[in-house]
Design a protein around this ligand. Sequence first.
Ligand SMILES: Nc1ncnc2c1ncn2[C@@H]1O[C@H](COP(=O)(O)OP(=O)(O)OP(=O)(O)O)[C@@H](O)[C@H]1O
Length: 230
Amino acid sequence: MTLLQARGVTKSYGPTPALRGVDLELGEGRILAVTGPSGCGKSTLLHCLAGILRPDAGEVHYRGRRLDTASETERSRLRRDEFGVLFQFGLLVAELTAAENIALPLLLAGHGRRESRSVALDWLDRFGVRELAETVPGQMSGGQQQRVAAARALVTEPSVLFADEPTGALDRLVGEQLLGLVVELARERRMSVVLVTHDATVAGYADDEIVLRDGVLDPGGLGIAAGAIG
Ligand SMILES: Nc1ncnc2c1ncn2[C@@H]1O[C@H](COP(=O)(O)OP(=O)(O)OP(=O)(O)O)[C@@H](O)[C@H]1O
């Protein structure tokens, strides 16, 4: 089943075109890598698909419903209840402990404190960092912060995870361990993933790959994952 669909998505920043008519489909439980050179529009596409940015033209459909023209309230609800986001730098709340950071999306969705904390601790376990429960981000390594950020992105059990260079700031080994965990969880839960990356190893975790060049899909783009394997 197609979960997310883009048709002719176009977006400029002032005079700078970032996307020029991009079409794609994301199936349920599929992991889609979005690759291409720096500045080709990968992050802009992810933001348009996640309902963070509104495209100037074109359409984005989520479960068959228009997302690009939906109200701010509806888009916020989708981002809160159905989508998870994970960026290159986790963007954790500096004043909150790991457990509090992970519990936050649950609290915002109306769950009680006790339940949210208990679920947050389970997620810390799953990511192998339970000992960080009462630690604030400033006292964690980059890899630890990114594990906590991944747990926070997944705690609401989203249908789609949007990950923008999620391992871009990590050592290769640490990055691969994190990605391995996220992919395992995605497979287990039939979660779909949009994975923006310029790294062939990372793209190799995906089922499908699209290549962007100057804001358009490169139809002949073999993709870096294919290059890495072949
Ligand atoms: N907020 C912004 N204001 C102005 N121009 C922007 C903005 N964000 C992106 N751009 C421009 O839009 C184009 C696409 O940028 P985008 O960040 O989507 O590409 P990218 O492929 O994700 O790049 P990278 O791999 O370097 O992160 C680039 O020319 C970029 O300079």
